[in-house]
Design a binder for this molecule. Structure first.
Ligand SMILES: Nc1ncnc2c1ncn2[C@@H]1O[C@H](COP(=O)(O)OP(=O)(O)OP(=O)(O)O)[C@@H](O)[C@H]1O
Ligand SMILES: [Mg+2]
Length: 463
C-alpha cells in the first residue's frame, strides 16, 4: 500500500480529498500545514505528496522545493485554484509531477495519483537495478563481469576477513595489486595501513632494513635507528610485491617472521612482536623457481595458504567493454567523456593484450589525448595494436555487419534501453555465442532468446 501525504490548510477541503483517496483504495495521511507535512515527511517514508499551492505560512511551491531537495524520487502533485495557474506552471518547472485544478474532479485525481505512483515505482526500480548492476560488476575498484572475475570477487570476500597470508598470481598488469588492496579492504584491518613494498627493486641489505628496520650504525649509511615496514604496518596489511625476486637472505628472515610473529631490526638484539597480515604477489612461476633453487620451498608453503590466480585479459574478453567504460569515466573524473566507436571495441576484442589491463588502460589514456571530437576512433589507437590486427586503415577493421547503437547517456536512459544495450554488448563480447552470453548475463537461454527477439538483436552478426 502506497503512503500518500495530503497537505491543505483548508480543513474541509483536506477531509474531502482524503475521503476521495480512501474511496480509491488508498490510505492517505493528512497535514494541515506545510510545517506539519515536512515533519511527517522526515519521519516516515512517503510515496507521494499531494499539496495545495496557496497556504499562509509557506507556499506549496516552497514545500515542493524542500521535498524534492531531500528526496527527488518522491512525485509531487499540486492542487491549484483558478488564480494560481501561473504558479502551477512554475511548480511543473520545479519538478512537480502534475497539477490539478480546483474544484477537483474525483476520477481525474485518482488517475493522476495512479500515474504518479507508477512512475515512482519505475524510478525506484531503475535505481535499484542500476545499483545491482554496479555491485555485480564493480568490486572495490575491481571491474569485471566474466565468470572468472566474479570468482575472484567471491574469493576476495571470503579470504578478506581471515588473517591468513595470501599469494596472488598472474601475468603483469592483471590487477594483482588492486586485488591485494581489495583483500585488505575486505578485512577487519581495513582502517589500518596497507603498506606495499617491491621486493625486486632494491638490494638485499636495503630490503632487509626496509622490512625489519635497523639500529643506528648497523651498516654504512645507517645514521639513525629506523623502524621497518613490518612495524609500520602493524595492525594492518603488508603487501610484498614481486615476491619471486626476493633475495635469499631476506627469504630466510621472512620465513622466521611468519613462523614466530616477531621481527628483529638489522643490528638489533631485541625481538619485537608484530601483528601484520602478509599478502604477496608475483608474475613468476614459483614452482619453477623452487626447482631451480631460487625460492625456498618452506617459505612458499607459508605464503601460499590461500592463492588467487588472476586470469589474463585475453581469457576474459567480455570484461573489455566494461573496463573501457571504467577507464573513460576514471580519466574524465566523473564528467562527460568521449565514447569509443564500435569498431574500436571490435578491434580490442581481436587483440591478445600481452600487457593485460594495464595495457588497455594505457591505450585508453593515449586515445583520449589524441581523440578529436567526442568519439574514440581506430585512428586514436597505437600503431602496433592496429598492425597486429593486420589492417592499415580503419576501413579494413573488423566491424559488425550492421552499425551498432550510438553511445548511451546512462543518466537519461530507460531501463529497457539499458537492458537492450547491455545484452548487445555482451553478445558482441562473446561473439554471438548465446550459451556464453546467457551465462554472463546470469539468465536462462530461453530468457535470452526472448529478449533477443523482443529487442530485434537476432539478425545481427556479433563476430
Ligand atoms: N579488474 C580491474 N578493474 C579495474 N582496473 C584494473 C583491473 N585490473 C587491473 N586494473 C588496473 O590496471 C593497472 C594494473 O593493475 P595492477 O598494478 O594491480 O597490476 P599487477 O598485476 O600488479 O601488474 P604487475 O605485475 O605489472 O605489477 C592498474 O592501474 C589497475 O588499476
Ligand atoms: Mg603490481
Amino acid at each position: 500500500m502506497a503512503s500518500i501525504l495530503v497537505v491543505d490548510d483548508d480543513p474541509d477541503h483536506l477531509e474531502l480529498t482524503l475521503a476521495r483517496l480512501r474511496t480509491g483504495g488508498h490510505e492517505p495521511i493528512g497535514a494541515d500545514s506545510p510545517a506539519r507535512a515536512l515533519e511527517l515527511f522526515q519521519s516516515e517514508p512517503l510515496d507521494l505528496l499531494l499539496t495545495d499551492l496557496e497556504m499562509p505560512e509557506m507556499s506549496g511551491l516552497d514545500l515542493l522545493r524542500e521535498v524534492k531537495e531531500s528526496d527527488p524520487t518522491v512525485p509531487v502533485v499540486v492542487l491549484t485554484g483558478h488564480a494560481t495557474v501561473g504558479t502551477a506552471v512554475e511548480a511543473m518547472k520545479t519538478g512537480a509531477f502534475d497539477y490539478l485544478q480546483k474544484p477537483i474532479h474525483a476520477p481525474d485525481l485518482l488517475v493522476v495519483i495512479e500515474r504518479a505512483l507508477r512512475e515512482k515505482e519505475l524510478v525506484s526500480e531503475n535505481i535499484r537495478l542500476r545499483q545491482e548492476l554496479r555491485d555485480k560488476y564493480h568490486h572495490k575498484n575491481l571491474v569485471g563481469t566474466s565468470a572468472r572475475m566474479r570468482e575472484v570477487f567471491r574469493l576476495v570476500e571470503k579470504i578478506g576477513p581471515t588473517s591468513s597470508t595470501a599469494l596472488i598470481l598472474g601475468e603483469s598488469g592483471t590487477g594483482k595489486e588492486l586485488v591485494a588492496r581489495a583483500i585488505h579492504e575486505a578485512s577487519a584491518r581495513s582502517h589500518r595501513r596497507f603498506v606495499r613494498v617491491n621486493c625486486s627493486a632494491i638490494t638485499e641489505t636495503l630490503l632487509e632494513s626496509e622490512l625489519f628496520g635497523h639500529e643506528r650504525g648497523s651498516f654504512t649509511g645507517a645514521f639513525a635507528r629506523k623502524k621497518g615496514l613490518f612495524e609500520i604496518a602493524s595492525g594492518g596489511t603488508l603487501f610484498l610485491d614481486e615476491i619471486g625476486d626476493t633475495p635469499p637472505g631476506v627469504q630466510a628472515e621472512l620465513l622466521r617472521v611468519l613462523q614466530e610473529g616477531e621481527i628483529r631490526r638489522v643490528g638489533g638484539t631485541e625481538d619485537i612482536v608484530v601483528d601484520v597480515r602478509v599478502i604477496t604477489a608475483t608474475n613468476q612461476d614459483l614452482k619453477k623457481q623452487i626447482a631451480e633453487g631460487r625460492f625456498r620451498e618452506d617459505l612458499y608453503y607459508r605464503l601460499n595458504v590461500v592463492s588467487l590466480q588472476l586470469p589474463p585479459l585475453r581469457e576474459r574478453k567480455e570484461d573489455i567493454p566494461l573496463l573501457v567504460e571504467h577507464f573513460l569515466q576514471k580519466k574524465a573524473g566523473g564528467g562527460e567523456h568521449p565514447r569509443p566507436d564500435p569498431r574500436v571495441l571490435a578491434l580490442f576484442n581481436g587483440y591478445p593484450w600481452p600487457g593485460n589491463v594495464r595495457e588497455l588502460e594505457n591505450v585508453i589514456e593515449r586515445a583520449l589525448v589524441l581523440c578529436e571530437d567526442n568519439t574514440l576512433t581506430a585512428h586514436d589507437l597505437p600503431e602496433d595494436l592496429r598492425v597486429f590486427i593486420g589492417s592499415t586503415g580503419p576501413e579494413d577493421f573488423p566491424t559488425p555487419s550492421e552499425v551498432r547503437s550510438p553511445p548511451l547517456d546512462l543518466a537519461r536512459a530507460s531501463l529497457e534501453e539499458m537492458e537492450r544495450r547491455h545484452i548487445e554488448q555482451v553478445l558482441i563480447a562473446v561473439e554471438g555465442h548465446r550459451e556464453k552470453a546467457a551465462q554472463t548475463l546470469g539468465i536462462s537461454r530461453r530468457t535470452l532468446y526472448e529478449k533477443i527477439k523482443r529487442y530485434h538483436l537476432g539478425r545481427r552478426e556479433f563476430s
